[in-house]
Design a protein around this ligand. Structure first.
Ligand code: ADP
Ligand code: MG
Length: 231
């Protein structure tokens, strides 16, 4: 069985519809979608060990099947620069989650590299009852939330279709670079869209996928948060 199938089967067995971020990112990586380096820790000491391997600054996040929006429950701590900060943040995150959601099962804490800020984009997939898997692209933040500046295609998409999706949003000039903002790596973005399409076509049991945000650099990109919901 493939790594992706194993993760899906295991989640189903446990009655989970939402995959953990660690699971979603593992699946993305299997399909060549670039994600932040990450490791699972079960204690503050282990978190520090992982942080040393990954390199500072570090981000810690709660791993819980009962927490969908991690930030809202104090489950995300950014820009941790020392072993002490990592170890304290571990405890703080666990305390925060216990306070906000006393019944939440806590699996551990995800230790990950802090992705430098850059132009943020969103890639999504939704299984439409009529059209099947559809792919969405847009820039992060206000562009999607307020301006609804997004493009859609029905999967599977070709490289050309992915390029069109990127070019057709109104904010496309932002990606081409302006003033002292360097141009974003459109080739990598194109691959992310095509690979997302491949993933949801291969696994029709994926109901929704959300890569939000992806930091896009002059060279390469990093998915900072990934959510996958099963049927
Ligand atoms: P939530 O479950 O609340 O959506 P996220 O994982 O998206 O939690 O984290 C909240 C925010 O923190 C992100 O939108 C992003 O701005 C920032 N963030 C999270 N992880 C990282 C990271 N590895 N590097 C840089 N910024 C991050
Ligand atoms: Mg998020």
């Amino acid at each position: 069985m493939s790594k992706v199938s194993e993760i899906i089967v295991e989640a189903r067995r446990k009655g989970r519809k939402f995959l953990l971020e660690s699971e979603a990112k593992t699946i993305c990586a299997e399909y060549g979608i670039p994600v932040t380096k990450f490791m699972v820790a079960k204690s503050p000491e282990e978190a520090v060990e992982h942080a040393e391997k990954i390199g500072y600054p570090i981000v810690l996040k709660i791993i819980s099947p009962d927490v969908i929006h991690k930030f809202d429950v104090g489950g995300v701590m950014l820009n941790l620069k020392t072993p002490r900060e990592v170890s304290e943040a571990y405890q703080k995150i666990v305390d925060n989650v216990k306070k906000h959601k006393p019944k939440a099962e806590i699996i551990g804490v995800l230790v990950q590299e802090m992705a430098p800020s850059a132009t943020e984009v969103i890639v999504g997939a939704v299984k439409d009852p009529q059209f099947g898997q559809t792919i969405m692209f847009g820039l992060g933040g206000i562009f999607v939330e307020i301006l609804k500046d997004v493009s859609f295609r029905i999967a599977p998409i070709t490289i050309e279709e992915a390029e069109d999706m990127i070019k057709e949003i109104q904010a496309y000039p932002v990606l081409k670079g302006y003033r002292n903002m360097p141009p974003a790596d459109i080739e990598t973005l194109t691959k992310i869209l095509v690979n997302t399409s491949k993933l949801v076509m291969d696994y029709p049991e994926i109901q929704e996928l959300d890569l939000n945000p992806i930091m896009v650099y002059e060279k390469g990109a990093k998915t900072v948060d990934a959510r996958i919901m099963l049927e």
